[in-house]
Ligand binder design. Structure first.
Ligand SMILES: [Zn+2]
Length: 388
């Protein structure tokens, strides 16, 4: 996660109606969960209170009214899930991604690098970090057109509208992510906001996957698809997992469409995907398995290769905003699982462009709605053709 996360920190400075706004969305999820739990709060709390921790440094509960984390997870999924099953899936995903990242690291750097060594080097090697604003803006601008072009083969229609690369204001740089998306308003075209003044610079590996996530075929394109189908584009907090899941899935589409034409691009994509599932593991660890802040910090340092100060900051974010960072992995898994199910059931009839149309044409929807639409499409596609 997620200093490489394109939407998270920028969300602090933008209104949810204008910018993809992971923090605010997650808080809305939590709040809507509180409301929906009002009639069952006692049983819900009894079901998923965190186990008592023996550590004196355990993260405290924010208050007695903190929404039950199992219910936050179930709200994100759209059906009842156990935190333990989510935790186990997060670990499985990590174990799937780490060898791929290590392989990509060895391809670029040589030697016998591990996944952790690869991502640490890609984040800190001076040659792989941009420190002047003009270079950062130019890098994203260059990738924007490339991302648009490479995405076209993946969709049966390609609704589009201008999107402009612009620097996040210098005074907001320290608290902002590398990039964020701001939809068009009456005063401005859509924006790919870039943290050109971020202290410490921007790792080059962030650029390609960040452009896929925010612009094509990520948030901007999803927005254009909704508009083209007349869907209400107002932010739907119940669809946060879909929206951010599509953003992470868009990063995978960048890999599949050839956008990542340098080994460093692929390291960036895999690093962010690994971050997504480390975040999911830590979320469940802290809010359902009694992890202390220290355990979360250490996991960030050992598994994600973060510096101690940064790892502690993330641990505190996880503690304060349950469900926020979990939404990315949950949405990604729902979309990729639906695609694999469709491919398995349709065989030669499977067309990824049709799948994407089914997923996007109703706008941002709760995950069960997306799954229902995909299942109906699979069933319809399996019917004998009426054509002679
Ligand atoms: Zn996003």
């Amino acid at each position: 996660m997620m200093d490489t996360n394109p939407c998270r920190l920028a969300s602090i400075m933008r209104r949810a109606s204008a910018v993809h706004h992971a923090t605010a969305v997650a808080l809305m999820i939590a709040l809507s969960c509180v409301r929906s739990l009002s009639a069952q709060s006692i049983s819900a709390s009894a079901r998923c209170n965190r186990a008592p921790s023996t550590s004196s440094r355990a993260a405290p509960l924010a208050s007695d009214s903190i929404p039950c984390f199992a219910d936050i997870l179930s709200t994100l999924y759209g059906y009842a899930v156990s935190p333990d099953s989510v935790y186990e899936e997060a670990v499985r995903q990590r174990e799937r991604i780490e060898p791929l990242l290590a392989e990509a690291g060895r391809a670029l750097f040589g030697g016998g690098l591990t996944a952790k060594e690869t991502l640490r080097r890609a984040r800190t090697d001076e040659k792989l970090v941009m420190r002047d604003a003009d270079s950062v803006l130019a890098a994203y601008s260059s990738r924007l057109e490339q991302a648009r072009t490479s995405a076209k083969s993946l969709f049966k229609e390609f609704p589009d509208a201008p999107i402009t690369v612009r620097a996040i204001p210098r005074e907001q740089a320290a608290n902002s992510a590398p990039a964020a998306y701001s939809r068009a308003t009456n005063a401005s075209a859509a924006l790919l906001l870039v943290n050109a003044y971020q202290p410490g610079g921007i790792a080059r590996m962030n650029v390609a996957f960040g452009t896929a996530h925010e612009a094509y075929p990520g948030h901007h394109f999803q927005r254009m698809y909704s508009d083209a189908h007349g869907v209400d584009g107002r932010y739907n907090p119940d669809a946060a997992a879909f929206t951010e899941g599509w953003g992470i899935y868009a990063e995978q589409l960048g890999d599949e469409s050839g956008l990542y034409d340098h080994a460093l691009d692929r390291i960036g994509y895999l690093t962010h995907l690994l971050d997504v599932f480390i975040a999911l593991q830590i979320e469940v660890g802290m809010h359902a398995r009694g992890w202390s802040e220290t355990q979360a910090r250490d996991t960030m340092m050992i598994v994600a290769g973060r510096a101690e100060v940064q790892a502690l900051a993330y641990a505190r974010r996880h503690s304060a905003t349950p469900g926020q960072l979990a939404s990315y992995g949950i949405g990604y898994l729902a979309i990729t699982s639906a695609r694999e199910r469709a491919r398995a059931q349709l065989g030669d009839r499977f067309d990824v462009r049709e799948f994407h149309d089914v997923v996007l044409r109703d706008g941002s929807v709760p995950l069960p709605t997306m799954i229902k639409h995909v299942n109906a499409w699979i069933a319809q596609s399996r019917l004998p053709s009426s054509e002679p």
